[in-house]
Design a protein around this ligand. Structure first.
Ligand code: MYR
Length: 280
């Protein structure tokens, strides 16, 4: 049984990691005025953060066209018996629904579409586990069951420097009055039922980071093998420092550093920081 693993660009798995695990990637788009760029293919995170410095307005984003999904699934169907396609939360993007619609149009392979209910490298963890299982020859049903099971322990908390981007893009699910009261602080955010909601109101970035690390410690102190990622919006050195500190404190945890790329960066703005983890 040969199963192909697909994820979208918002998993922000670096090319080497995708190649190492044989993960296929379909890009979302970031749109500056009339120009649309496929992220991770035509525009890197570094170029994106450079570009937004010179522009008064943030760009917009769009999901991959259904035709692109069909093209990819049909080409993979030549070499694989089944496809598992893993995507960012259906509560913040139409990408998952696009993949489901394309899966219905492809007869040459069975396509299973998975809604991670999250995004970024946390989504990437699902893709990596799926790829590890596919390499061992496990079938799509077993992979889908494991992905579903991973949701039990998957956690992610993040914060942004300026909440107005998320609010403007319509990706913050909360009562308007509550959002207004959050604009001056650094609320911790997380996903509930596929949508982004405030977790706690916190006054400063330093306290928000500390609170995330306390939440992480609640799970990590149990000593079970875990994977964790620190995700940054153009703050690589802060993320690397945090990784070094945490790796020393929690030797049983496999740490990664990743980034909020162009599409997610459009909605979070520069300076966002998040930590995600799960029990292996
Ligand atoms: C689209 O245009 O379909 C893409 C919309 C993406 C919305 C992104 C909202 C922010 C997600 C933050 C994820 C943090 C994960 C740790």
């Amino acid at each position: 049984m040969k199963t192909a693993i697909v994820t979208d660009s918002t998993a922000y798995l670096p090319k080497e990691l995708r190649e190492q695990h044989n993960i296929h990637m379909i890009p979302l788009n970031v749109i500056f005025g009339e120009e649309s760029y496929q992220e991770e293919v035509e525009i890197t995170a570094g170029q994106f953060y450079e570009e937004i410095k010179n522009r008064p307005d943030l760009p917009s984003t769009s999901q991959p066209a259904i035709g692109k999904f069909v093209e990819l699934f049909e080409s993979l169907a030549k070499d694989y018996d089944a496809i598992v396609s893993i995507h960012l939360s259906s509560g913040i993007s139409g990408t998952y629904q696009g993949a489901v619609a394309a899966a219905d149009m492809v007869d040459s392979a069975v396509v299973h579409v998975f809604d991670t209910e999250i995004s970024c490298m946390v989504q990437g963890f699902y893709a990596i586990e799926a790829a590890e299982m596919a390499k061992e020859g496990k079938g799509a049903d077993a992979i889908m069951a494991r992905l579903q099971d991973m949701k039990r322990t998957m956690r992610a908390y993040f914060m942004v420097d300026d909440l107005s981007n998320l609010q403007r893009g319509g990706r913050l699910s909360s009562a308007q009055a509550f959002v207004g009261s959050l604009l001056q602080v650094k609320p911790l955010l997380h996903f509930v039922d596929k949508k982004i909601v405030p977790f706690e109101k916190i006054r400063t970035r330093k306290k928000a980071v500390k609170r995330i690390l306390d939440l992480f410690d609640d799970d990590a102190k149990l000593g079970a093998p875990m994977r964790a990622v620190i995700i940054h919006g153009n703050q690589e050195s802060e993320a690397e420092e945090l990784k070094a500190e945490l790796s020393e404190k929690y030797p049983h945890v496999e740490f990664y550093v990743s980034y909020f790329g162009p599409v997610i960066g459009t909605h979070l703005g520069e300076g966002a920081l998040g930590v995600g983890w799960y029990l292996k």
